[in-house]
Write a protein that binds this ligand. Structure first.
Ligand SMILES: NC(=O)c1ccc[n+]([C@@H]2O[C@H](COP(=O)([O-])OP(=O)(O)OC[C@H]3O[C@@H](n4cnc5c(N)ncnc54)[C@H](OP(=O)(O)O)[C@@H]3O)[C@@H](O)[C@H]2O)c1
Length: 331
């Protein structure tokens, strides 16, 4: 049967926030396709998660050329899901992609050169079957390519109509500043900055986040649940099908440390007192920051996604709760 999106997908289920100084509204919760959408994953579950997201007002889907495995297959699967279900809804969606990590063999399949980015966006458009991306990111500063070369390529990508907006991901502050300056001068301001940010990884708080805000860039957190560590899933060991247990998962077993699990257990108690799951509290904690446009959650089932979307039911924290969280994290 042909899929019909829910009629009340914008009926208060989702909250939207302007992305930095732009006029673009992004959902506070976006869906990332890094894991669980590749050719090794269950295509029906992937399809159901995208339908569930869209039905609940999630308009933003985050991809990259190398997502899979195999690399590229998340974009191909998204393209197929889009073609089979969402053809009439392109204007209701924000689709992001990126290039900069290893994707194909030889000297041009990795890094942030003009050669790599131009070839990558063309490949990504072919794989997804889309005419353009809403947001295209430089996935990383590669330490070699001059920032000017990478950023000029992003500007040209927008001028060629292959992307509407551009963003940067994981750039160190010095290179981020250069990028913001150059994009601003070119009249293609940096829409959004994408970095890892969660209760267990707060590195961006010192410099990166204030810098992005000072240039009017929106900010989006990736791995907001620390790949699952900030959920109740590892409190009693390593579940069989979890990311840490899967050979294709990026989360390594040795990252599930007793120290992290202990903190998660204490945070979990506080979350339950708030009437939330730990995952919901971890997402709400990120979204409380005014500068945070959205979080990109990953999910391996519709149930997880559905639970995470209910985060929006309670985004408020008392000062005592915030202090308790600080105490647990600083222990
Ligand atoms: N720019 C970059 O360099 C970069 C890097 C990384 C990620 N990203 C983006 O950020 C997105 C999200 O990253 P992420 O997948 O690491 O995010 P995450 O939200 O921190 O972790 C998602 C994982 O946590 C577990 N989980 C989620 N909700 C749960 C719940 N309610 N209960 C129990 N477990 C739950 C699931 O793992 P299980 O499989 O164990 O169920 C899920 O796959 C990616 O898809 C990608 O779009 C970007």
């Amino acid at each position: 049967m042909t899929y019909q999106p829910s009629d009340d997908r914008y009926n208060g289920k989702m909250q939207y926030k302007l992305c930095g100084n732009s006029g673009l509204l992004l959902p506070r919760i976006s869906l990332g396709l890094w894991h669980n959408f590749g050719s090794v994953d269950d295509f029906d579950v992937a399809t159901d998660m995208i339908k569930h997201a869209f039905d609940n007002g999630v308009t933003h889907f985050d991809l990259a050329n190398n997502y899979g495995p195999v690399p590229g297959s998340a974009e191909s699967n998204f393209g197929r899901i889009f073609k089979e279900n969402f053809q009439g809804y392109r204007d209701e969606m924000i689709v992001s992609s990126k290039a900069g990590h290893l994707m194909w063999p030889g000297p041009y399949g990795d890094g942030s050169s003009r050669k790599n980015l131009m070839a990558s966006i063309n490949q990504s458009l072919r794989r997804t079957g889309l005419e353009y991306f809403d947001i295209f990111y430089t996935h990383r500063y590669d330490g070699v390519t001059p920032v000017e070369e990478t950023i000029q390529t992003l500007i040209d990508i927008v001028k060629q109509g292959k992307a509407l907006y551009v963003g940067i991901s994981k750039y160190p502050p010095q290179q981020a500043k250069q990028a913001y300056e150059m994009l601003k001068s070119a009249g293609v301001p940096c829409l959004i900055s994408q970095y890892c940010y969660n209760m267990f990884n707060r590195a961006v708080e010192a410099e990166t986040l204030p810098l992005a805000a000072s240039y009017g860039s929106g900010f989006i957190s990736f791995s907001p649940l620390a790949q699952g560590l900030l959920t109740d899933k590892y409190l009693k060991g390593i579940p069989e099908h979890s990311r840490a247990a899967r050979s294709t998962g990026y989360l390594q077993l040795d990252q599930v440390t007793p120290e992290k699990v202990q903190k998660a257990a204490k945070l979990n108690e506080l979350a339950l007192r708030r009437g939330q799951s730990l995952a919901q509290m971890a997402l709400a904690w990120i979204l409380k920051d005014e500068r945070m446009t959205s979080v990109i959650v990953g999910a391996s089932s519709v149930e997880q996604l559905s639970a995470n979307l209910r985060t929006l039911d309670n985004l408020e924290f008392t000062s005592e709760e915030l202090q308790e969280i600080e105490n647990i994290l600083n222990e």
